[in-house]
Design a protein around this ligand. Structure first.
Ligand SMILES: *Cc1c(COP(=O)(O)O)cnc(C)c1O
Length: 225
């Protein structure tokens, strides 16, 4: 196992021109690989599985900003609430309320992104635009003083049709611009998390300012391990 330093430097260069943030997605990868990328200066890392994140976090430098990017079950929020930097995948009001509850217990305001469903596929999680509008109301958000909605996250269709991917990203960027103009409680929209190894360039063109990249940096994942 080794990290791909050449790809890392290339990605950093591309992102630098756009002032975008790299979240290095280290799911299934050993702590040694994370430490190697950390040693090159990387501080934002993304994980998908609660158990894995909770096991890795104490073994690695304390100044790592841990992003939870997977599908989060309400009953597991409590395990990551004390230290997580940003939860990307909040995809229901129930989950948002649970994050708020755990934040309240800790006296910690937890930053979240709302996951918006932009892909043509049915299988991806996230709010559709009608559900998003229902949530983004002063009346709903007012009581949620221990979360701060920092932005939106989206995953495009898993396809080679880059025009479709582009349209999906542009759709989410449009929603982001629209909601940014609206003052809402506990909401400071700054982050648009879109783009992975295969589509981050398209995402940046569409207006992403945070990309989540795994396999380009760490190599392909082997889920059998
Ligand atoms: C795994 C994952 C990524 C990274 O995917 P790569 O194709 O390896 O870059 C990004 N975002 C989410 C939500 C993921 O689950």
């Amino acid at each position: 196992m080794a990290i791909n330093t050449t790809n890392y430097e290339k990605v950093i260069q591309v992102l630098g021109k756009k002032s975008a943030t790299l979240v290095a997605v280290s799911k299934t990868k050993p702590e040694a690989d994370i430490q190697a990328l950390y040693n090159l200066g990387q501080r934002d890392f993304g994980e998908n599985y609660v158990q894995e994140l909770v096991a890795k976090q104490p073994q690695l430098p304390a100044d790592i900003r841990w992003h939870f990017i997977g599908h989060l079950q309400s009953n597991k929020v409590k395990y990551i609430a004390p230290f997580v930097h940003l939860i990307h995948g909040v995809d229901s009001e129930k989950l948002l309320r649970e994050v708020n509850k755990q934040g309240a217990k800790l006296g910690r305001v937890i930053d979240v992104l709302l996951q918006v469903h932009i892909a043509a596929e049915e299988t991806k999680f996230g709010f559709d635009s009608v559900e998003l509008e229902a949530l983004m109301q002063t009346g709903t958000l007012q009581a949620l003083g221990f979360v701060r909605i920092r932005g939106f996250m989206g995953m495009a269709s898993n396809t080679d049709d880059m025009e479709l991917v582009q349209r999906e990203f542009e759709g989410l960027a449009g929603l982001f611009r629209q909601y940014r103009q609206r003052p809402l409680p506990h909401t400071e929209l700054e982050v648009l998390s879109m783009g992975m190894s295969g589509d981050y360039v398209v995402a940046l063109e569409a207006g992403s300012n945070m990309v989540r990249i795994g396999s380009l940096l760490f190599g392909a994942r082997n889920y059998q391990q």
